[in-house]
Design a protein around this ligand. Structure first.
Ligand SMILES: Cc1cn([C@H]2C[C@H](O)[C@@H](COP(=O)(O)OP(=O)(O)O[C@H]3O[C@@H](C)C(=O)[C@@H](O)[C@H]3O)O2)c(=O)[nH]c1=O
Length: 186
């Protein structure tokens, strides 16, 4: 499945608004045919907290449907499929509680985000269960990928994210599946 940016329709009225954040009938029509089995929610206290770039290896791969429910993030999916013509290329978008946008990050991509506001909360659906033994990572500041992180200093990182391998060092567990990388709006 391709990377997708989804801009769900909000129905506003005098009380506020309503939005469907996932619909098993409609989302497959947007190219998101994943069956989600786990929902995650994280809060990052400081601006500039960077989580990523993460993936789980097959057969524990995870498609992720990501949204920001408080504050603002820059969210990114990096193509780490071996043999991909777009290996090391990426799709990024600003997701916020205000815009309600979602990024669909398919299996074969490393995922990460940086927070742009304090106390930012992110929720995402995953098509695979957490499998700590299958976790893999790519270093956030890989020189080949050269992500334009919107940071005004050093990021706040977990100990594990500080020592992730570079793209050149990464023994990617994913093979190219023929699906092009396109920053497509659903
Ligand atoms: C990811 C995960 C973590 N944990 C636990 C392990 C650890 O004690 C604590 C924090 O884990 P981490 O440091 O891995 O959390 P974090 O750095 O937020 O990891 C997440 O980053 C984003 C970018 C992703 O794409 C996710 O798939 C996941 O890798 O939560 C679970 O119990 N279940 C889970 O699914």
């Amino acid at each position: 499945m391709p990377v997708k940016l989804i801009k769900p329709k909000r129905f506003g009225d005098e009380r506020g608004w309503f939005v469907e954040t996932y619909n098993a009938d409609r989302y497959p029509g947007l190219g998101i045919g994943a069956t989600f089995v786990q929902d995650n929610h994280s809060m990052s206290a400081e601006v500039g907290t960077l989580r990523g770039l993460h993936f789980q290896a097959p057969s524990y791969g995870q498609d992720k449907l990501v949204r920001c429910v408080r504050g603002r993030i820059w969210d990114v999916a990096v193509d780490v499929r071996k043999g991909s013509p777009t290996w090391g290329q990426w799709v990024g978008a600003e997701l916020s509680a205000e815009n309600g946008w979602q990024l669909f990050v398919p299996i074969g991509f490393a995922h990460g985000f940086v927070t742009l506001e304090p106390n930012t909360e992110v929720e995402y659906k995953c098509s695979g269960l957490y499998a700590p033994g299958a976790e893999g990572a790519l270093i956030w500041n890989d020189p080949t990928v050269a992500l334009p992180w919107p940071l005004s200093g050093e990021p706040v990182l977990s100990a594990k994210d500080k020592i992730a391998p570079t793209l050149a060092e990464l023994d990617s567990p994913f093979d190219y599946d023929g699906i092009p990388l396109e920053p497509i709006d659903a």
